[in-house]
Design a protein around this ligand. Structure first.
Ligand SMILES: [Zn+2]
Ligand SMILES: [Zn+2]
Length: 486
């Protein structure tokens, strides 16, 4: 198993076991991070030198970063905005509407929803981050742990048969990991509600792949599986349970219990024997009914037709078993470097369990932190053009009013300004203007002002001239034009 734990400026890519046996692509981005009782060696990779600095990090310690306190600093904010702009653009092409979900959520509604997402007998996939204060009406509150439950409640309130609703949402969600530590996750959620037609899963799959490719992850591909339907899945669960009983000695007690309740569960176990993809037990694709098989074949055919590269993975698991039929993961990279960056599936029965209204649906999530890190490692964020800017400084404090007036005038012309708080020598100010990336510098000096002019220094060319006090904007525009910085 492997998990990405984030720090402010370094990243630990951690996996368990030794380097030869770790399982690529198992990013623990969903519930929890490292498994409970984690005891193997941890390896970490320095973010700045991903290939060269693989080293054993620390043995036997469960390394957790306080994810609840992440912040995005100015050097990264423009990259996040770029990422968000790109997925907004693609989602608009497919006619998806953004919903901004409240971070404060009704705890009872959330807990009922999460329980409905699980199989009977499964232990909860992480808890909610609850807050002590209640709503004025006494309703207990939790921080948003995910978005699907809210989207289903909203849709159930407005849905009429035959209508299709296309929604997306993003922003932080908060959960407790298996050790009870709060974690902050940053996912994009996309849901299509109101239809069980096969085109709908093909639409959302294509949409997810297009978002990844537009972000520059051109090797994004698809893993497909079927979780069967209400008619054929029970037979598979039965076969699987019988097989687990026969092989009980090979699993730890926890995995045995979890897999009995839900053979698709990600038990996040650290024991090699327990790893879900090492299961040699019955595979769902051998038990699905002709209709489910036919649908899986059609999805494969349609995806191939749309030139989306895919492969069927009969061990594809999900944190939740509420999906039916088509389930999928989005992966980037190949072989050892393969990384799951999102996934989803069809869930036609979940709405009835949560809202008592049957609304067939299909959706997916993208792990935005994992995608951001990948884009960073592949240098996919192209810095935006540096904006033309004017540095303004004054010789004495009583010229502050004038400085603000000039800035206001330039802002009306959409010209960026940087104001100096000090009254240093011209050369010290010039050095500061350079550090701020400014193109021009206006110096306010008593003697110049008395003559009705201002000193203008061209920072790149290192020359200077005077501009009339009553034509500041116009003079700056001309200077900008001469520098080809329009
Ligand atoms: Zn079936
Ligand atoms: Zn286990």
């Amino acid at each position: 198993m492997r998990a990405i734990l984030r720090r402010q400026d370094t990243e630990l890519i951690v996996w368990q076991g030794n380097k030869d046996t770790w399982h690529p692509g198992r990013l623990l981005s969903d519930w929890g991070r490292l498994p409970r009782g984690f005891g193997g060696p941890l390896f970490c990779i320095d973010k700045k030198q991903p290939d060269s600095s693989v080293k054993e990090h620390e043995k036997g310690v469960r390394q957790m970063e306080p994810q609840a306190y992440q912040k995005i600093l100015p050097d990264d904010v423009w990259k996040w905005k770029l990422l968000e702009q790109k997925f907004d653009q693609v989602l608009a092409l497919y006619d998806y509407q953004e919903i901004r979900l409240s971070v404060l959520q009704d705890r009872d509604e959330i807990h009922k929803g999460l329980a409905a997402m699980q199989q009977e007998g499964e232990s909860p996939r992480g808890g909610t981050v609850d807050i002590r204060e209640a709503n004025p009406d006494g309703t207990p509150l939790s921080l948003r742990p995910e978005g699907t439950i809210s989207i289903l409640h909203h849709t159930a309130g407005i849905h009429n048969k035959g209508e299709i609703h296309r929604y997306y949402y993003h922003g932080p969600s908060f959960r407790l990991d298996r050790a009870g530590n709060p974690v902050e996750l940053n996912h994009l959620g996309v849901e299509l509600l109101g239809s069980n037609k096969l085109f709908t899963e093909n639409e959302v799959i294509s949409l997810g792949l297009r978002i990844l490719r537009e972000l520059g992850l051109v090797d994004a591909s698809l893993k497909l599986n079927s979780f069967g339907c209400v008619n054929c899945r029970p037979a598979y669960f039965e076969k699987m349970n019988a097989w687990l009983d026969e092989h009980a000695g090979e699993f730890c007690q926890n995995c045995l219990r979890e897999l009995h309740a839900n053979p698709f569960a990600d038990t996040s176990c650290s024991r090699e024997n327990c790893l879900h993809d090492t299961l040699r037990g019955p595979q769902i694709t051998d038990y699905i009914c002709p209709e489910c098989r036919n649908n899986l074949e059609k999805v494969k055919k349609i995806q191939a037709n749309l030139t989306n590269s895919y492969r069927v993975d009969t061990h594809l698991y999900k944190s939740f078993a509420y999906y039916n039929e088509t389930v999928f993961d989005f992966v980037v990279g190949r072989g050892e470097n393969e990384l799951v960056v999102g996934g989803g599936g069809r869930y036609d029965y979940l709405s009835a369990k949560i809202t008592r209204k049957r609304i067939p649906a299909v959706g997916f999530y993208l792990d935005l932190n994992a995608i951001f890190d990948l884009m960073e490692r592949r240098s996919l964020f192209l810095a935006p053009k540096v904006q033309f800017a004017v540095y303004i400084c004054a010789q004495s404090p009583d010229m502050e009013m004038m400085m603000l007036h000039i800035a206001q005038e330039l802002h009306s012309d959409k010209i960026k300004t940087v104001l100096s708080a000090e009254n240093n020598s011209s050369d010290a100010e010039l050095a500061k203007a350079r550090r701020h990336g400014c193109d021009l510098m206006i110096v306010l000096r008593d003697d110049n002002i008395r003559e009705g002019r201002l000193l203008l220094r061209n920072i790149g060319r290192e020359d200077q001239s005077y501009i009339p006090l009553n034509q500041i904007s116009q003079s700056i525009r001309i200077a900008r034009k001469s520098m080809n910085k329009d």
